[in-house]
Write a protein of this length. Structure first.
Length: 451
């Protein structure tokens, strides 16, 4: 009995230590079993306490009276599947007649307390089927991306969502994006993850960094074009507009519009073209958009108008030509001048890191997801990297990108430097970089001396 007591005390102490220092390990070793048992045994009572049950139907009441049986109890949503993940549990429910997915969404906070989980989020998969994703610990405190992610062309994993799922940046689904955030909020790390994910794909990277290139120029080996001041940025954007027009001419020549070609094979963008004719897609990263929109003289105002006009044209017409915009800034409001709100309307994907005022959050989500505004202004200062992401559907979620140092991003870009395409229209803006140093092979003591 003494040995059993000692072993039990050691197991409890190890579980407590893991929960304090390594919550992910605690979840995989102890937490998943305890949480599954809690959900299985408490499910009926929790659903009844949260108001997620429906009274018995008339035919069941009639059958009970006819057979002189007790009145049947209220019924909770039926469990279709309960699955454990590396961060929590996934509970799929079939709603009863009369129930709505909004009722489940409104009760997520009560479900979190009742099941003893860290967080609960819900989403409707289809009519009558709701999925609850429950996390067993704070997955955003120490971000650990899964070893295997579902990467695809122009779709890269960049961060982790608060429900434990991977957040992807899919340029073919959401062509253009806007990233806002105050100083030291995590925008640079988010941008490095984007560049690191795109570096391994067949894509041309174009950067505009008006902070004298301190953010993007260290990654120059993987960029097809770079600009570090507004004057060069204007010429680069004009070259991109000309490249876009050339791509449209290619699509027009290869549309295959005839009575013998099915509708599905008619080319309307670069992804409908054959592989040997398809131009390489281009991702344009603008590090600080305010530096392109501010002006102090009449000449700078004319330059600013041309820059914003070019960006608006790329945002409106660039998707079919395979040109995608990723714009970053601290603020993105109408105070930056005319054309800014028109440009913002074309940026479907919105990501807001910590902001200093509510108006900055409204610039990101006020027109698409008003509920996300409050979440964006509540991000604490001591947790850089946490952000709120949303799109035009109105849905939003809290995310955090894994910390990627500038050295790590540079190493990744150097590793895939051979994938950097040469675009004739952007050749004048190709950054001049020194060749990579060859690997030094140390000589062994027995190596023969050379003359």
């Amino acid at each position: 009995m003494t040995w059993f007591t000692v072993a039990l005390v050691l197991v409890v102490a190890a579980a407590g230590l893991l929960r304090w220092r390594r919550p992910a390990w605690f979840w995989l070793s102890f937490g998943v079993t305890l949480a599954t048992l809690r959900v299985a045994f408490r499910y009926a009572s929790v659903m009844d306490a949260c108001g997620l049950t429906v009274p018995p139907s008339r035919w069941r009441l009639t059958l009970a009276r006819t057979t002189n049986r007790p009145v049947p109890e209220s019924r909770a949503p039926r469990i279709l599947r309960l699955r454990a993940t590396r961060t929590g549990l996934v509970l799929r429910l079939k709603l009863r007649p009369g129930q709505d997915a909004f009722d489940v969404s409104a009760a997520t906070d009560r479900l979190r307390h009742s099941f003893g989980m860290y967080g609960v989020t819900s989403r409707e998969l289809r009519s009558g089927v709701v999925e609850l994703r429950m996390t067993g610990y704070d997955v955003l405190k120490r971000v650990q991306m899964p070893a295997k992610t579902g990467s695809a062309p122009m779709r890269i994993p960049v961060s982790l969502r608060e429900d434990g799922a991977v957040h992807y940046r899919d340029y073919r689904t959401v062509p253009h994006g806007l990233t806002l955030g105050a100083t030291e909020s995590g925008k640079s790390v988010y941008q490095r993850n984007l560049v690191a994910g795109l570096a391994a794909q067949d894509v041309a990277l174009v950067g505009i960094d008006c902070k004298q290139g301190v953010e993007l120029f260290p990654l120059a080996r993987r960029f097809s074009a770079l600009a570090d001041n507004p004057d060069t940025a204007l010429d680069l954007l004009d070259a991109l507009v000309s490249h876009m027009e050339d791509v449209y001419q290619l699509i027009r020549a290869q549309q295959r519009v005839s009575v013998n070609v099915p509708d599905a094979e008619i080319a309307a963008d670069i992804w409908d073209l054959p592989d040997d004719l398809r131009p390489v897609p281009v991702v344009v990263l603008v590090d600080e958009v305010a530096e392109l929109a501010l002006f102090a003289t009449k000449d700078e105002e004319k330059r600013r108008d041309r820059i914003i006009t070019a960006l608006v044209r790329l945002a409106q017409l660039g998707r079919a030509a395979g040109i995608y915009l990723e714009i970053c800034g601290q603020r993105f409001g109408s105070e930056l001048g005319k054309g800014i709100t028109m440009l913002r309307a074309q940026l479907t994907g919105r990501t807001a890191h910590r902001v200093n005022d509510e108006s900055s959050a409204n610039m990101a989500f006020g027109d698409i997801a008003p509920d996300a505004v409050l979440a964006a202004i509540q991000i604490p200062t001591e947790t850089p990297g946490i952000a709120v992401t949303g799109d035009s559907t109105g849905g939003w979620a809290r995310i955090r990108a894994p910390h990627t140092s500038l050295r790590q991003a540079v190493n990744i870009c150097n590793r895939y430097a051979d994938r950097t395409p040469d675009l004739p229209a952007l050749a004048p803006f190709r950054p001049a970089v020194a060749p990579l140093p060859s690997a030094c092979v140390p000589l062994s003591k027995t190596a023969p001396a050379t003359a």
